[in-house]
Design a binder for this molecule. Structure first.
Ligand code: BES
Ligand code: MN
Ligand code: ZN
Length: 494
């Protein structure tokens, strides 16, 4: 857990400042901290420093033992909050082994201050749970982030600091769950972990086990989970404040490992499929954060959890399953499993939402298709919707949060490719536009009157390349901050 403190004076051994360039000329951006720019710039120039984003340079300091320069790119009079968030995060990532550091980066408002605090906190992450003998050689990440600012006393600034701690705490939960290997994270152990945390955060949980799922008619979750020795679950985490302005359901794909089932995936790269529960982790953690922030928004997170395995009990291509609510699906490809577990959970979430007065929106979050990565790469996620207004709100939230989401269509002409000669629907359709076809499949399980978003985070959920900004290698925590921000925007509406 990271602590975030706001201070006016330097009180740690490490000072982090910004470095940027204007017309190839280096410039130090040290916020409220006093530094000897002339001497430092001559050293930095001699070293060939550029001030580019993700460049981090450490030098011996005068007022601190160490002065750390983090790249801001082009010098601006007002920095984009995401530039500050990333610069703070990149520096924090390089400071493992230090207990605390003071971040003095340029900012003119509490919004920018908040971004600095958030980035520094988000960069202070490591995952060492499964190191054995080499654990002793590990250096712990920063545990205290000091942010130098003149805004120390305002209520706004104080809540920004607390918010940064909450964002980091819940992002670390998402990352930890993603990084935990499937040998140690099963549908059942996922629920047990969340149960412990739920009591800490004062939110309610409900777990539907495999016997109850079978009895209740959840054919998607049962079908996907039936090949595994680790039985499936449907987890619900609810936060219900007394006076809720809005009521949402968030549904996250929770495949604890996706082998592809009998449509077995190639060995190369299969290891990344431990991240196929990223959506589930994000929705659950978002409810924890929304509860910690005490937002006047009621949220139910639903996580259909299953392990997609190969065995004599696994679903065969051509098997027909019945989704909760009665629609039948011909499973032509057992590797298109996410949509099957999501279908059950989406129908259930809507049914429960209706009983408690109706939903203002339903959002599913899923590492759903390889086609998403082909279309948008590994850092931009997709949004599909039946309601442009709702997706507009979400894209605003994503933009404020510094998470890259991009709108994608659901073209009706692709829908016919999901027709099956023997069931209501097939689980695969046209290969071209595969991300959109998956969205169209889910749309079949949505009440057209309810605003719905489908977030495909297949690429951005898991960073297989190198760390950058505040993003580590492995689980990233994508979607969490946008979901929290959406709830915040709904809270501030009249
Ligand atoms: N979990 C995968 C999607 C995925 C791919 C996530 C790459 C992250 C990175 C999903 O279950 C899957 O296998 N989808 C298939 C669907 C196809 C069979 C229609 C795919 O995208 O190939
Ligand atoms: Mn799959
Ligand atoms: Zn999958």
């Amino acid at each position: 857990m990271v602590k975030v403190k706001l201070t006016t004076k330097l009180d740690s051994d490490v000072l982090v400042v910004g470095l940027g360039a204007l017309n190839k000329k280096l410039q130090i951006e040290s916020g409220t901290a006093q530094v000897d720019s002339t001497a430092l710039l001559s050293t930095l120039n001699a070293m060939g420093a550029t001030g580019k984003n993700d460049e981090v340079i450490k030098l011996p300091g005068k007022s601190s033992k160490l002065i750390v320069f983090t790249g801001l790119g082009k010098i601006e009079s007002n920095y984009n909050p995401e530039v500050l968030r990333r610069a703070a995060g990149a520096a924090a990532r390089e400071l493992s082994g230090n207990k605390s550091a003071s971040f003095s980066l340029p900012h003119k408002s509490v919004v920018e201050l908040a971004a600095i605090a958030e980035g520094a906190a988000l960069g202070s992450y490591s995952f060492t749970d499964f190191l054995g003998n080499s654990k002793k050689d590990q250096k712990d990440p920063l545990s205290i982030v000091n942010v130098l600012t003149k805004f120390t006393d305002t209520a706004q600034a104080k809540s920004a600091a607390r918010r940064a701690e909450i964002i980091a705490e819940q992002t670390f939960l998402v990352r930890d769950l993603i990084n935990t290997p499937p040998s140690h994270l099963t549908p059942d152990s996922f629920c047990l972990q969340i149960k412990k945390l739920a009591s800490k955060y004062g939110v309610k949980i409900e777990v539907i086990n495999d016997a109850a799922l079978r009895k209740g008619g959840y054919g998607g979750i049962i079908g996907v989970g039936q090949g595994s020795a680790n039985p499936p679950r449907l987890l619900r985490v609810s936060y219900t404040p007394a006076k809720a302005k809005k009521r949402y359901a968030f549904v996250g794909k929770g495949i604890t490992f996706d082998t592809g089932g009998l449509a077995l995936k190639p060995a190369a790269g299969m290891e990344a499929m431990k991240a196929d529960m990223s959506g589930a982790a994000a929705v659950v953690a978002s409810v924890f954060a929304i509860a910690q922030l005490k937002l006047p928004v009621a949220v139910d997170a639903w996580a259909p959890l299953a392990e997609n395995m190969v065995s004599d009990t696994a679903t065969r291509p051509s098997d027909v399953i019945t989704i909760y609510g009665g629609k039948t699906v011909e499973v032509l490809n057992p590797d298109a499993e996410g949509r099957l577990v999501l279908a059950d959970a989406l129908v259930k979430a809507a049914e429960v939402g209706k009983k408690s007065g109706g939903l203002d929106g339903i959002i599913d979050v899923a590492t759903l298709t390889g086609a998403q990565v082909v279309a948008l790469g590994s850092r931009t996620s997709a949004v599909m919707t039946n309601d442009e207004n709702f997706s507009g709100q979400f894209l605003t939230a994503a933009n404020i949060s510094g998470e890259a989401f991009w709108p994608m269509p659901l073209p009706i002409e692709l829908r016919a490719s999901l027709d099956s000669p023997i069931a209501d629907l097939a689980n695969i359709g046209d290969r071209m536009g595969g991300m959109l076809v998956a969205g169209l499949f889910l749309k079949e399980f949505i009440d057209p009157q309810t605003p719905w978003l489908h977030l495909d985070i297949a690429g951005p959920a898991f960073n297989e390349k190198s760390a950058h900004g505040y993003t580590p290698v492995g689980g990233t925590g994508i979607a969490l901050r946008s979901l929290i921000c959406l709830a915040e925007l709904a809270s501030s509406q009249s």
